[in-house]
Ligand binder design. Structure first.
Ligand code: TRP
Length: 330
């Protein structure tokens, strides 16, 4: 039997998942779980680096993200979904990694810099500055071969590879240097047509939105400002809704483009098409979500995933302590 390669990826639980998450990572994970031994980390400790004052929100977000994962099609029998803080060995490994990771490397990490700016951090917290080290431990402790992530995570993956290489060099070669698997999908634009879709920017369609909510959001989305009457020729290249048609409605793309340019299809009709396509995409997710409605079921899934992940982590840490000669006795 050839063992499947292992992938590890995950998210900070900071709120409901939206279509941007779906096209950017979730849809891909659902495919990858068929082929790889899939580990999904709910990085609650990492979420605390920016949301340390909001314990209650964090708890809700952990359950929300779990049900979003399952609704999107992650199968708990194929994917191991687990909670970071329940595996304290991750933090132990991060501490060992931190001994030989220079602070300057973290200070110059472009993702750290842009997130610090985004959150208005002037004086950076120790935990926030160090989260890429902790993320390296998230990955290394499971000996993941592949890490599917978005572009913003590349600096973290480079650091992870460096940290792992250095560990194997300093001690014994027990850790696996992971490869990054970068998503090909560009960031999904938000309903405001300005920047990426994001919960905090209030321009998102959530996977848990009802058909009516989807329609209201799509109806209010920004389109071609030059188009006032239906018969005005449209400019799909500047239209947010057309961006969505490109991603979610390939089938009708050409027709919509032509009719828009010729002033034959109005924005309302075009938006109706879009809302329908989105609701067709979300419908099976609503159905699946029903099966996982109860908190007890979610707890069972998290408990089992975390138990499986914990066993792997415990095994790796035995090897790590042996390699570092800090096992002392068994
Ligand atoms: N930093 C990732 C994000 O913000 C979340 C994350 C935490 C992660 N640990 C990870 C991603 C390990 C991949 C592997 O999206």
């Amino acid at each position: 039997m050839t063992a499947k390669k292992r992938i590890l990826t995950g998210d900070r639980p900071t709120g409901a998942l939206h279509l941007g998450h779906y096209v950017g990572s979730l849809a891909n994970r659902v495919k990858l779980q068929e082929q790889y031994d899939t580990y999904i980390i709910i990085a609650d400790v990492q979420a605390l680096t920016t949301h340390w004052e909001k314990g209650e929100d964090l708890e809700n977000s952990v359950f929300q993200i779990t049900s979003d994962y399952l609704a999107a099609g992650l199968d708990p029998n194929k994917a191991t979904i687990f909670i970071q803080s329940k595996i304290p060995e991750i933090h132990e490994l991060a501490m060992y990694f931190s001994m030989y990771t220079p602070v300057n490397v973290l200070r110059h990490n472009p993702t750290i810099k842009s997130e610090a700016k985004q959150h208005g951090f002037k004086d950076m917290m120790y935990g926030f500055l160090g989260y890429p080290v902790s993320q390296a431990a998230d990955i290394a402790i499971f000996k993941a071969h592949l890490v599917p992530v978005g572009e913003d995570q590349i600096p973290h993956l480079e650091l992870t590879r460096k940290i792992v290489r250095r560990f194997n060099d300093l001690y014994e070669p027990v850790l696996v240097e992971p490869e990054v698997l970068v998503g090909e999908v560009p960031r999904l634009i938000g309903l405001d047509g300005k920047t990426k879709m994001s919960k905090s920017l209030n321009n998102a369609i959530f996977l848990s939105d009802t058909p009516e909510q989807v329609w209201q959001k799509v109806r209010n989305a920004v389109t071609d400002p030059a188009r006032i009457h239906k018969t005005d020729p449209g400019h799909p290249e500047v239209c947010t809704i057309f961006e969505y048609h490109k991603i979610f409605n390939n089938k009708e793309l050409e027709t919509i483009e032509t009719e828009c340019r010729q002033g034959k299809i109005g924005c309302v009709a075009c938006k109706k098409r879009q809302a329908q396509v989105l609701n067709e995409l979300l419908e099976p997710m609503h159905q699946r979500r029903q099966q996982y409605k109860s908190r007890d079921i979610l707890v069972d899934i998290l408990r089992e995933g975390t138990r499986r992940a914990h066993n792997v982590a415990l095994q790796t840490m035995e090897e790590v302590r042996e390699a570092m000669k800090i096992q002392y006795y068994k």
